[in-house]
Write a protein that binds this ligand. Structure first.
Ligand SMILES: [Zn+2]
Length: 139
C-alpha cells in the first residue's frame, strides 16, 4: 500500500522499508530479528509490510539497536533523498585513495579559485587519509 505524504501513516511505510533493508543487510530473517528484540515474528512482518502497523518509539529504538543503526537512519525518508548526486571522482596522487566529490562542492571551490588566479580547470583537494593531493580522475 502506498501512502500519501500528507497521511501520517506514510511514516510507517518508509520506516518499515528501512527496517527491512537494514535487517537484510545484517543477513537476518524476520524470525531472527523478532527473537533478538523479543517481539512476535508477525509484528515484525507487519511492520515491514506497510500494512500501517503502528509501533511505539520504544519498539523502534529496540529494533534499531538490534540492527546496529541509529534512530536517525531508520527514520530517514529515502523518498526525499532519492535524487542522485552528481559526482566527479578524485584520486590521491600519493596513496591512490579515491573520493567521489559532489559537483556542487567542486563548483564552490572552483568559484573561489577563479576569484584567486589559477589556470587549473578543476580545484584540487587534500586527501583525508594521507594529506596528499587529490586530482580529478581522468575519464
Ligand atoms: Zn592519500
Amino acid at each position: 500500500m502506498r501512502f500519501n505524504r500528507n497521511d501520517e501513516n506514510y511514516v510507517y511505510g518508509f520506516v518499515g522499508k528501512n527496517i527491512k533493508k537494514f535487517r537484510k543487510m545484517r543477513g537476518l530473517t524476520q524470525d531472527e530479528l523478532a527473537e533478538l528484540v523479543n517481539y512476535s515474528p508477525s509484528f515484525i512482518a507487519n511492520i515491514e509490510s506497510s500494512t500501517h502497523q503502528t509501533f511505539s518509539l520504544g519498539a523502534l529504538w529496540r529494533i534499531a539497536s538490534a540492527l546496529g543503526v541509529s534512530l536517525h537512519e531508520i527514520c530517514y525518508d529515502n523518498n526525499l533523498g532519492s535524487k542522485k548526486v552528481n559526482c566527479t571522482t578524485y584520486t590521491c596522487m600519493r596513496c591512490s585513495n579515491s573520493i567521489d566529490m559532489p559537483i556542487e562542492v567542486i563548483d564552490i571551490f572552483d568559484f573561489i579559485y577563479t576569484i584567486g588566479k589559477s589556470k587549473e580547470i578543476y580545484p584540487t583537494f587534500t586527501c583525508p587519509k594521507c594529506g596528499g593531493k587529490l586530482i580529478p580522475k581522468k575519464k
